[in-house]
Ligand binder design. Structure first.
Ligand code: TXA
Ligand code: MG
Length: 320
């Protein structure tokens, strides 16, 4: 069923029509979002969703995010409380995922939620993602379009390098603007339970806290994540990674942040937005260079720096 090599589709009307047709036929189609490229499948088609797990080599207990065209489509599959409505109004479309109680009888495949009673939903802002959702006309389950555990893709070329022989097509919409995955907020407890930050991401936690008028609760125990995908080793380049390096040791390639004489730099002017946009592309480049040992400059733990440090810590975590 899957062709030997993925088709690269243009991000125009004809390309989106082909992509939507492939999704409707149960195919796997990668597409750009403002955060990273997603690997899309019809969220109501068990077989298509199963193929997403197989293509990524993803543990099937790790649920997927469902992408929808607008908040009305999200309300049809999840229960929104007042806080969910407020966050959706403020930040959708955009790099925010909400984990909410799943409605009964939506037709969403149980493989998408890995059997949980909650569903992760997101309305992406990228015009190509919006175009694909409109052309397809249904919910699209999409994890990041990378082999499980490896660096997420921010270009169509990254997708092809990792998954070319396992997917049907990729819509080429250029490089992703934000560069790190969406921020995930859990609002699945009783109405009084605090909102939980399940994954730091492209929308800074500070902006969410300002909107909600209170602090987010973070994971009590990072070793037992409640977002099942938040396993320790993830986002890993092939080389080993050493964090908070003020200088490289002999034999290390230096990934810098700020005005330092590094080999590659996330942002010479120390800009966190620029650093987030460069992060995964630079890790892919280090793989292409064959870097065996990578030293990384410290990155401040504020705003998008929280998402960048989260990904870097997982890239540096011991591998299985
Ligand atoms: O920016 C993004 O979010 C990208 C683009 C493609 O939208 N997608 C993405 O998906 O990062 P993925 O599969 O790489 O990460 C989804 C995360 C995982 O950590 C997963 O465990 C968590 O969302 N998740 C999904 N459903 C959940 C649920 N019901 N409860 C808790 N966590 C959930
Ligand atoms: Mg991922």
């Amino acid at each position: 069923m899957t062709p030997a090599k993925a088709r690269v589709l243009p991000a125009d009307v004809a390309g989106l029509r082909d992509a939507a047709r492939a999704l409707a036929a149960g195919g796997l189609v990668a597409f750009p979002t403002e955060t990273v490229y997603g690997l899309g499948a019809d969220a109501r088609n068990d077989q298509a969703v199963a193929r997403v797990f197989a293509a990524k080599g993803r543990p099937s207990f790790n649920p997927l995010i469902v992408h929808l065209a607008d908040v009305a489509a999200a309300r049809a599959v999840c229960v929104f409380d007042a806080r969910a409505e407020r966050l959706a109004a403020a930040f959708w479309p955009g790099p925010l995922t909400l984990v909410l109680p799943l409605r009964a009888g939506t037709g969403i495949s149980a493989l998408v939620t890995a059997g949980l009673s909650t569903l992760a939903v997101r309305v992406p802002a990228h015009p190509v993602a919006q175009g694909l959702l409109a052309a397809f006309g249904g919910p699209v389950a999409a994890p990041s379009a990378n082999p499980s555990g490896r660096v997420s893709p921010t270009t169509a070329a990254h997708v092809i390098a990792g998954l070319s022989d396992r997917i049907d097509a990729v819509v080429d919409g250029g490089a992703c603007d934000v560069g790190v995955e969406s921020t995930i907020i859990g609002l699945d407890g009783p109405g009084t339970a605090p909102a939980r930050l399940l994954r730091a991401g492209g929308l800074p936690a500070e902006a969410l806290e300002a909107c909600l008028g209170g602090a987010l609760v973070t994971e009590a125990d990072p070793a037992r994540p409640s977002a099942p995908g938040q396993l320790a080793s993830h986002y890993a380049p092939r080389g080993t990674v050493r964090l908070n390096a003020d200088a490289p040791e002999p034999g290390e390639v230096w990934l810098g942040f700020g005005p330092v004489p590094s080999d590659l730099n996330l942002s010479v002017r120390g800009d966190l937005t620029e650093a987030a946009a460069n992060l995964f592309g630079h890790l892919h480049r280090l793989d292409a260079m064959g870097a065996a040992r990578i030293a990384v400059s410290p990155v401040p733990e504020v705003g998008l720096g929280r998402a960048i440090n989260d990904r870097l810590r997982r890239a540096a975590a011991p591998r299985e």
